[in-house]
Design a protein around this ligand. Structure first.
Ligand code: FUL
Length: 432
């Protein structure tokens, strides 16, 4: 039996683009990792506006938004009852403020899905390294986040783990943490050090050419599971060199070309993109990031908007161009390979293919090719491996009036939900 996504994994995969907001004491110290010894008095965002963060992200097409409620420094962006290292001892709003609440309310207002990053590694908590005591502390904090802010769609557990102040290494109680999440937010995904979403393995935003959502279980995160599981990949990357805002990086926001390369190689390689956009010390997304996100959206639309899909003008028997997410093409007689052809009344020119499997029914394709009829013969233009939720392949433009799509190998009868052709603007950019 092939593993299938849960409804929550499916909704997340279909969202394709998610955002990280790294914000906390590091925003004020110009550091990437705080040591937990920060004076809470430094936390004072004079113009904090979570509505600006959320609106900017939503306008750019991101629908899952993750806030670093607590990073490795242990500083809590909410009024935790379990530590003094939090907004409650900052001058911001006279110590009465709650960034998590403002963020949660903005997400609810704009109808996007809120999620929390909670670092297990805590360089401030004195009991860190005293495993049972710290695990209890962590679960209390998790409970606060999961019970006081309405529906939470994802919890992101970072794998970083350092030594405690007592020189002892903390043993995280993963199963216990998952139990707290499942108890209070049974529909929340648990990502990275969690059973539902897998880290792609780098922080550059690039998935592999061959990316399976079907994986072997991980002993820490899927205890007791032996069969292959649905464990899709997420590509986390920052729009800047660092995860936190640094004044010197206002001029180092990734170029549009760079972001598009990331899009092709994350969303376009069966992964979800988690793009970090760190608010600044005023509590606002900085202008260069806001402008770049808007450009990014425009370029994605100009490249892959439905109205640019040239395949929609084809004649074919295959249910891959009808725009209906519930239909798909499969080879006849349950075969694991086969072809369909798109025929055009007049030649079209395209430089990109986009294919999708019906992943509600698992991931099946292992090898596929796309050919164009050129000079009275089939010419291969793409040879790919996995497809999954979405596979985008760029190449030099081809002109033809006939395109053939073939599945060469699959783990079970392939189900192709969509096949699209675009002549995407890429300028001089060459895809690796
Ligand atoms: C890493 C952390 O150490 C970084 O600071 C950042 O939060 C990144 C997303 O995960 O493990």
């Amino acid at each position: 039996m092939l593993p299938k996504p849960t409804p929550q994994q499916l909704a997340w995969q279909e969202a394709e683009m998610t955002v990280f907001f790294h914000f906390g004491v590091n925003t004020f110290t110009d550091r990437e990792w705080g040591d937990g010894a920060e004076d809470p008095a430094i936390f004072n965002p004079t113009r904090l506006d979570c509505r600006q963060w959320v609106k900017t992200a939503k306008d750019a097409g991101f629908t899952y938004l993750i806030l670093t409620a607590k990073h490795h420094d242990g500083f809590c962006l909410w009024q935790s009852a379990h530590t003094e290292h939090s907004v409650k001892n900052s001058p911001w709003k006279g110590g009465k403020g709650d960034v998590v609440r403002e963020f949660a309310e903005a997400c609810d207002e704009f109808g996007v899905k809120k999620a929390f990053y909670l670092s297990p590694w805590d360089r401030n908590a004195p009991m860190y390294g005293d495993s049972p005591a710290y695990n209890a502390y962590f679960k209390h904090q998790l409970t606060e986040l999961l019970t006081q802010y309405g529906k939470v769609y994802e919890v992101w557990f970072d794998g970083a783990c350092g030594e405690g102040p007592n020189g002892k290494r903390q043993e995280y109680d993963w199963s216990g943490y998952y139990g707290v999440v499942r108890q209070h937010q049974p529909e929340a995904l648990i990502a990275i050090c969690g059973p539902d979403v897998r880290w792609v393995g780098n922080e550059d935003g690039f998935a592999r050419e061959t990316e399976w959502s079907i994986q072997e279980p991980n002993a820490d995160h899927h205890p007791g599971v032996t069969d292959p599981i649905w464990y899709p990949a997420e590509c986390d990357v920052s729009i800047r060199p660092g995860w936190f805002w640094h004044p010197a990086e206002d001029s180092k926001v990734k170029t549009l070309d760079h972001l598009m390369r990331i899009y092709y190689q994350s969303v376009g390689r069966n992964s979800v993109l988690l793009l970090n956009v760190p608010p600044n010390d005023k509590g606002l997304l900085a202008e260069p990031d806001v402008a770049r996100l808007a450009e990014f959206r425009r370029m994605i639309d100009a490249s892959f908007g439905d109205e640019h899909d040239l395949a929609r003008g084809a004649t074919t028997d295959a249910a891959v161009i009808d725009g209906n997410p519930d239909t798909h093409w499969s080879p006849s007689n349950g075969a694991t390979g086969g072809s369909f052809v798109l025929t055009f009344a007049a030649p079209i020119t395209f430089n990109t293919t986009l294919a999708k499997e019906q992943i509600a029914e698992s991931q099946r394709v292992e090898a596929y090719t796309v050919e164009a009829w050129v000079d009275s013969q089939w010419k291969s233009i793409v040879s790919g491996t996995t497809i999954g939720h979405k596979k985008i392949e760029p190449f030099d433009a081809v002109t033809t009036d006939r395109v053939r799509f073939t599945v060469n190998a699959a783990r079970a009868t392939p189900m192709i939900r969509r096949f699209a052709l675009f002549n995407a603007p890429r300028g001089e950019r060459k895809e690796e």
